[in-house]
Design a protein around this ligand. Structure first.
Ligand code: MSP
Length: 644
């Protein structure tokens, strides 16, 4: 058995209703920093992330795309995983709520709560916000609209199961106010929860649905599916093997050390989740952290796909480096507050902190050690009291940084590290190594100054490594720090570098960004309403083009695919016979508008099934602003004519 202490940290499980964006990155990165640090500190870490794949929103999206909900989420989940891998996220487990073991556990949890009298059947009448999948009471609405997203709500009534949330009010209040536990951070959210939800009186929570089917069935009442938040919140324990045989980690890791999320879902985590656990008789998580939002654009607001203001994190990583993006996002967001994102702010941050302060400090120090000592410092050094300020600052860093990383004040921790880096740059100017170098009798002093600098860089680099894990090994290499002095514990040691340390010149750590030029280039890359949105693709062989069979085809019949907002079903004459094809252009055309038209089509694509219909080929259309138009020919073109 391992003797390491367990540490369990979780991100929310994200909705794969669209691809991941920078907002999702922040939470996941923050958890990654804590997980990496705790591993360096010798903990046995379980870092969980995943996707919350059920619910009406996903069902609708899939329908619009003409695929099944599972087919729809499979693609997006891959994109989440790709992004986490690109960002160097070291999660230990990835849970999908469509995983069999999770479904099995949720069904058992629901049944247990029912058997134990915490869930009962009744009928629900209330206001429902479809995008948020939340029921609201009249008094919770803001101007008659959903208090979370501000959208219209509708009257809804259905037979449903209810969870007796109302009876947990006093225990939840006690939990939130317990100063020793400090259950919820930041403190401002505690008041929000108490004043907005507990004091007015908690309502029993509707925990089943019958109005759609994409969810986990209630085993003992067909037609009912488990409310998506009960399904989702349970992930934190099902992923450890609670009520399933797939994993056996519940005893070891539960209760979680920290659940991390943004403010809009604190309500679910600090009220509903503890109440469910209380009803199950299970221990409660130790801490809930609700950080602010990364906002985007002048108007602020949470970044979301529907607002059309998404900055592609893959593009940012490719152009400016993974660690620069990690650093920027983590540095920019003060815990508890919102932080705007702009590319310009990121470039300024990279140039000032990373290129100027850190990058320069390392390259100047290494260059001087090479210039004055051929790269290897002499063992004899002349330290003096004036070194104390810099060394003292470095000694105070590890405790401050550990505490602030762990309490998610990552930005404060980084600011403190960069204060020391700035102080080190100032130390160079104060000690003027270039003057010391001219005097043979000052060699010992010169060696001490350079050694103090290298050792300060070592301490800062250890503490930066959870935030910038890809570049820090390169810094260690350049300053000659071997494994023995780069552990987390070694950050607290003074002068841990070898006395006769040898430095090594290396590549530029953080290239400076030409802000104007990059802004223009990013601008050119971003989708414009009136321009083709796809960037140009790579050059390809003529053979690839020649392999496609492009023909003119005549539309014989055209109708809407039932239950799909996007798809039209065609029968066309391809000059050789009749074929069936689907096209996602129902928003732009009424079926009768296309009847009898001669269109352009790729006829030799492998047949594909969508919404139960086989599609043999693809009708070509061209983007026109924010719509698509079919490519068509006049009547003189015969069906089957080849296009080249
Ligand atoms: N599926 C639920 C969570 C269930 S957890 C049991 C959900 N998913 S979500 O995809 O909407 O993710 C919300 C979370 O993503 C936020 O709480 C936050 O952690 C992260 N963020 C998404 N956009 C964000 C910003 N713009 N800024 C910061 N974090 C954001 O809610």
């Amino acid at each position: 058995m391992s003797e390491k202490k367990p540490f369990y940290i979780t991100t929310p499980i994200y909705y794969p209703s669209g691809n991941p964006h920078i907002g999702h990155c922040y939470t996941t990165l923050a958890c990654d920093v804590v997980a990496r640090m705790k591993r360096m500190q010798g903990f046995d870490v379980m870092f969980l992330t995943g996707t919350d794949e059920h619910g009406q929103k996903i069902e609708k999206k899939a329908q619009e795309e003409g695929v099944t909900p599972k087919e729809y989420v499979d693609v997006i989940v891959e994109n989440f995983k790709k992004l986490w891998s690109r960002l160097g996220i070291t999660y230990d487990r990835y849970i999908r709520t469509t995983d069999d073991y999770h479904i099995e556990s949720v069904q058992k949890i629901f049944k247990k709560l029912y058997d134990d009298g915490y869930i009962y059947k009744s009928s629900y009448k209330g206001k429902y916000c479809t995008p948020c999948e939340s029921f609201w009471t009249e008094s919770q609405l803001v101007d008659g609209k959903c208090p979370d997203c501000g959208r219209e709500v509708t009257d809804a009534e259905e037979e449903a199961y209810f969870f007796k949330l109302s009876q947990f009010g006093p225990r939840l209040k006690e939990l939130l106010l317990d100063e020793e536990k400090d259950f919820l951070e930041p403190k401002s959210r505690v008041n929000e929860m108490i004043n907005n939800f507990i004091e007015p009186g908690l309502q029993d929570l509707c925990v089943s649905r019958t109005s759609f089917t994409w969810g986990i069935p209630v085993t003992f009442d067909p037609g009912h599916i488990v409310y998506v938040w009960v399904d989702a919140l349970s992930n934190y324990i099902t992923a450890l093997g609670y009520m399933n045989e797939t994993y056996d980690d519940y005893k070891k890791y539960w209760p979680a050390d920290m659940h991390v999320m943004a403010k809009e879902i604190v309500r679910f985590h600090s009220l509903i989740w503890p109440a469910i656990l209380m009803a199950l008789g299970e221990p409660l998580p130790k801490k809930i952290y609700g950080h602010g939002w990364i906002t985007f654009g002048a108007a602020g607001g949470k970044m979301s796909k529907s607002a059309g203001n998404v900055v592609d994190p893959f593009v940012l990583c490719d152009r400016y480096g993974v660690d620069a993006l990690r650093y920027h996002l983590l540095r920019e967001m003060p815990f508890g507050a919102d932080a705007p994102y702009t590319n310009e702010m990121m470039f300024n941050r990279i140039n000032s902190d990373l290129a100027n302060d850190l990058g320069n400090l390392v390259s100047r120090t290494v260059a001087m050690a090479i210039k004055y000592f051929d790269g290897t410092l002499p063992a004899e050094k002349d330290f003096n009291d004036s070194d104390e300020e810099l060394l003292g600052m470095a000694s105070a860093l590890p405790a401050f940084v550990s505490e602030n990383y762990e309490s998610l004040h990552i930005s404060d921790a980084l600011a403190e590290i960069f204060k020391v880096i700035s102080r080190a740059n100032k130390y160079i100017d104060e000690n003027e190594p270039w003057v010391l170098a001219k005097d043979e009798t000052k060699k010992g002093r010169l060696a001490a100054v350079l050694y103090n600098l290298l050792d300060t860089i070592r301490v800062c680099t250890i503490l930066l490594s959870p935030v910038m894990p890809h570049v820090t090994p390169e810094i260690f290499k350049q300053i000659g720090a071997d494994e023995s002095c780069t552990t987390w514990d070694a950050a607290s040691l003074r002068h841990a570098l070898k006395a006769d340390v040898t430095v090594e010149k290396g590549p530029v750590l953080f290239p400076r960004i030409d802000t104007e030029k990059e802004l223009a280039e990013l601008d050119a890359l971003s989708p414009k309403k009136d321009l083709p949105s796809e960037p140009l693709k790579d050059v390809t062989d003529f053979d690839n083009f020649a392999a496609l069979d492009l023909r003119a085809v005549k539309v014989l019949s055209c109708e809407k695919v039932p239950k799909s907002d996007k798809l039209l079903l065609f029968k066309v004459d391809d000059g050789f016979g009749e074929r069936q094809v689907l096209s996602g252009i129902a928003q732009y055309y009424k079926p009768e508008e296309l009847l009898g038209k001669t269109l352009a089509m790729i006829v030799n694509l492998k047949p594909r099934k969508m919404m139960g219909y086989e599609s043999c080929g693809m009708i070509l259309s061209v983007r026109d602003g924010d719509r698509f138009r079919v490519v068509e020919f006049d009547d003189s073109i015969k069906p089957g004519s080849d296009i080249s």
